[in-house]
Structures are given as C-alpha cells and as structure tokens.
Design a protein around this ligand. Structure first.
Ligand code: UDP
Ligand code: BGC
Ligand code: MN
Length: 351
C-alpha cells in the first residue's frame, strides 16, 4: 500500500518535471526565434538579377523542363568519357551559352587535395547541369600543396582572389568536391545575400544539420564575400571553419537563403569522416574578436604562393602552397576575455 503510494507520488513528480522541462524549452525557443535563414525558390535568383541588369538578351529558363536528375556516386568515370559526354566544355573547364547572355558569370571554387575520384564524379555531374542552367562558368580546383593539415577556409580565400585575377566573375560558388546536386533546378547563381545551396544532404538525412549550417556548397557575390572578410584563415584540420563563416554572414546582417529541401538535395560521395581538430571549438569561441583582421584582409594569414595554374580540359587547377599551421593555435587566441559567451555558442548550434 505504502509502496503504491510512493509510486504514484513519483509518477506525479515525473509528469510535473516533464511539463516543466517542456515549458522551459518552449520559452527558450520563443526567445531564440530567429528568421535570418529563409527559403527562396531558385527562380528568385533570376528575378533579383533583373533588378540590377537589363533584361535584354538574357537567358530564359523553363523551370518545368528542369527537375531531379539521376546522380551516380559510385562509378569511376574517366576524363575522356566526361569530355565525350560534354563536348561543349572548353579548355580549363569553362563554358558560356552562345545564344543568350548568362545572368551572372560564375566561378566554382573547389577546395581540394587527393580526392581525384570525387572530383571526376563531380565534374561528370556539374558540366551538364550548368549547361542546362545556361550559366557562364569556370571550374577552379584549388589544390593545397604538401601534406600539412588541410585548411578549407584559406583555400576558399585563395580561390576567390585567384579566380578574380583570372576573370571578371560576379558570383562565386564554394563547393566541396564530394557533393553532387541532385536537382537541375538548384541554380548555381548568387543572390544579394548568401545562398546556401546544400540545403538537404543525404548524409544529413536530407535536412540541414542545424539552423545556421552553411557548409557544403554556398554561393556568394564578390561584394558580399569581401564585406564579410571571406573565411577565417585560422582553422587547420577538420571542423568549424564553415560555422565561423556562417557567423560572419549572420552578424553582417545578411540573410542565409536556401532552396526548399526538395530542390536543394545533394548526395555525398562516401568517405571516412575526419575528426574535429582539437582547437576547432576553442577557435570558434574567439571568432568575433578575430573577425576584423582574420580573413581576406590579413596579409599574414593570406600569405601563400601559387605553384602552378593549369588549364586541364575539364577544370583549371590552382596548386597553392598555403604554408603550415603554427606550432600552437594559441597564436590565434589573443584575448580570451573577448570570446563569445557559452550561451552564444549554444544558441548558435541550437537556436
Ligand atoms: N578536402 C579535400 N581533401 C582533404 C580534406 C578535405 O579535398 O583531404 C575538401 C573536399 O572538397 C571536401 C571538403 O574539403 O569535400 C570537406 O572535407 P570533408 O569532405 O572531409 O568533410 P565533411 O564535410 O564530409 O565532413
Ligand atoms: C562542424 C562543421 C561541419 C558540421 C557538419 C559541425 O559540428 O563544426 O564544420 O560542417 O558539423 O558536419
Ligand atoms: Mn565530405
């Protein structure tokens, strides 16, 4: 009898606790409500371009004729077979429509080292898709020389500067080598914000991993990329550089726009997952303090040497020596008191 009474009390307590936790979560969510990520349809990219340019002679797209594509992540295509299937592609991996003017000139920037299989699978997919989208483009593979830790953010910055030395691009698409767009309607164009094209990756169960996620594939016009000071150069090894970039975008007041998930679908070519660099989260806590001087504008961080620029039939490779990580990441952390708060950090990942 006593025991039953205890059990009832205990159950009541648990129910009350659950209701309390639930109410706390709802209140937390209400206070944290953000709306800086919005979904926009790809045709708005063209509609917005019309505001800046004259409409005359510009390429028209029939969205009804575009749709999901069959994307093969497993084959091992040869360069010859890709070239044969895409005879329109000119030296350096470039093309432009000849019967109309493309809305934007687009540079695709791929940070790269030692993933030839992924690159070939991606080229097989991108070349025909960009033609269908009637986009004037060039594919740049920005290859990190040597065996030091990979630095994705710095390679993006190098890619940005070197692509603009190469040609007059309006829009830069920063693209991981292993992500294949599954829908031809996901236009590789920029808007006047930051456009996160990889809105639904199979590896993430076709969801964004978290609200502020900006990794994988992101398109930005050159003006906005410069304004946010590009990526941080300080993240050596895997993780957090894309979070730092997303924080720069959001705190600059730019929207992060995404296509709806049924259009922003991507397949990732399988590979072993790297583990987060030891200093990743620690560096990210200091992102705001470093932001004004760590990026495109940093002469020290942006120290690099281009070893070669080669125009291959399907892409242009920029082989670059980006130097080495410092012996300790402490050099990047000057003033811990200026770190963002843990509250900010958790809100970033769980808004
Ligand atoms: N990458 C590369 N070689 C490497 C490590 C990374 O080319 O050794 C590039 C490549 O473009 C890759 C991106 O950096 O898609 C992100 O790395 P990874 O795919 O390992 O990270 P994930 O996002 O899958 O966790
Ligand atoms: C990392 C990011 C990564 C994301 C998705 C985050 O925890 O910091 O760099 O892109 O997870 O894998
Ligand atoms: Mn990957």
């Amino acid at each position: 009898m006593r025991c039953k009474h205890h059990l009832l009390k205990c159950r009541r307590f648990l129910v009350q606790l659950a209701v309390f936790v639930y109410i706390c979560l709802v209140v937390f969510a209400l206070f944290n409500y953000r709306s800086h990520c919005i979904e926009t349809m790809p045709n708005t990219l063209i509609e917005m371009s019309k505001l800046d340019h004259s409409n005359e002679g510009k390429c028209q797209l029939n969205f009804d004729k575009l749709g999901g594509a069959v994307v093969d992540i497993f084959g091992e295509p040869s360069e010859e077979s890709i070239l044969k299937a895409n005879p329109h592609v000119a030296k350096g991996g470039t093309w432009m429509p000849d019967d109309c003017k493309s809305w934007q000139r687009v540079a695709i920037i791929i940070p790269y080292r030692d993933r030839l299989h992924h690159l070939l699978v991606l080229l097989r997919r991108l070349h025909p898709m960009l033609k269908l989208q009637k986009i004037a483009y060039r594919i740049f593979v920005v290859e990190q020389a040597g065996n030091d830790k990979f630095n994705r953010g710095k390679l993006m910055n190098v890619g940005f500067l070197e692509a603009l030395r190469f040609g007059q691009y309006d829009c830069l698409v920063f693209q991981d080598v292993d992500l294949l767009p599954e829908d031809d309607r996901n236009l590789y164009l920029c808007d006047s914000y930051a456009r996160h094209l990889a809105a639904a990756i199979d590896e993430m169960r076709y969801h964004v991993m978290y609200y502020n996620y900006a990794g994988g594939v992101i398109a930005m016009n050159k003006h906005n990329f410069k304004n946010v000071n590009g990526y941080s150069n300080s993240y050596w090894g895997w993780g957090n550089e894309d979070d730092d970039f997303s924080a720069r975008i959001i705190e600059s007041g730019l929207l992060l726009t995404r296509p709806p998930p049924h259009i922003g679908r991507f397949k990732m070519v399988r590979h072993t997952k790297a583990t987060r660099s030891e200093s990743g989260n620690e560096l990210f806590l200091g992102w705001r303090e470093r932001w004004p001087r760590d990026g495109l504008n940093d002469p020290v961080g942006m120290n690099y040497t281009v070893q070669s620029v080669k125009e291959f039939p399907l892409y242009t490779t920029i082989l670059v020596d980006i130097g080495q990580p410092p012996p300790s990441m402490d050099v990047y952390i000057t003033d811990r008191s200026k770190d963002v708060s843990l509250w900010w950090f958790f809100k970033y990942y769980f808004p």
